[in-house]
Ligand binder design. Sequence first.
Ligand SMILES: [Zn+2]
Length: 324
Amino acid sequence: MAPEPIRHILRRFELEPPVFFAEEARRCLGTDLSLWKESGVLKEASPATSAACRECGSGNVRRLEYFTDPARGRREPYIPCPDCGLVRIELERLRRWQIDTWGLLSFISDHGNVRGPATEVVRGRLWRLGTANWAGRPREVYFARRYGSETCRAVVAQMRRRPKSLLLMPTTDGARRWAGVTTNPVIALDSSLTAELGSVGLDLSYIEACLADAGLTDPRRGRKPVRKRGERAAKIELLESEMGKHLRAAQHHAQSTQELGGTPKLLPRPRQKELAKRTGLTKSDFSRCLNDASAKWLRVLWEAATDLDQVMSYGAKPIPKAAT
Ligand SMILES: [Zn+2]
């Protein structure tokens, strides 16, 4: 995952409704759209009910009307353009993707090591994510979106009762506005992103530096020691062994379905969350491991689990090193 799409997602989360139309989704998220859907941050919303005319480029936006095209034998959307008449609209253009609030919050908590569960404090505006051990001390972490409307006062009142809690914001622009009305330390998520070996995450050292700037760190405690390299290697090994177990189970499943019905069936690859759970790791541990430069074999196993031929020949011959 590249860091640019999550910046677009965070910016969009400052708007209401937080929705991407098909063309914007393609432009802002590109090929990462499916990854964001899989991660639970985006979900497909109901299709758009209006569209702009492209025939004349007039930008005429009209409500869709559905008619049955006798030649195609199915109902299709049209707009009545005042300049062009009835113009058929491609269904693909009407697809929309909505940011799933709980999906986004859980993405942030997973990547920031925030222990939840998250709860809503002011409807649609303010959430308590949980506690995080940042800069050597447990801290209450809140998340707010959409400054400057009628519920802003409710958010400020809630935060005033928790002066030491941290307030995360989707964007630097939003954070700047909030910083003027709340005394809580405010951190903008779009500035705290890191893309380590292709995996998007939260840069905890940036967050800790923000806390230090705000005078919220205890210099006597010193800095946490840098995580040892061996820890990551041990996690990768654990995941490789779990993927090995899955591939053997998948092979057995393919062989027995072939014996029973003649067609071998692929046992679905476990989701990242599921595999993390089985190995006692977090989802962000999993994605860091998968993207680690030394995790080539893990990536090979991960990819092999989606390929029936490779599953069936697992162990019989070396799996081709397709992943890099
Ligand atoms: Zn037109």
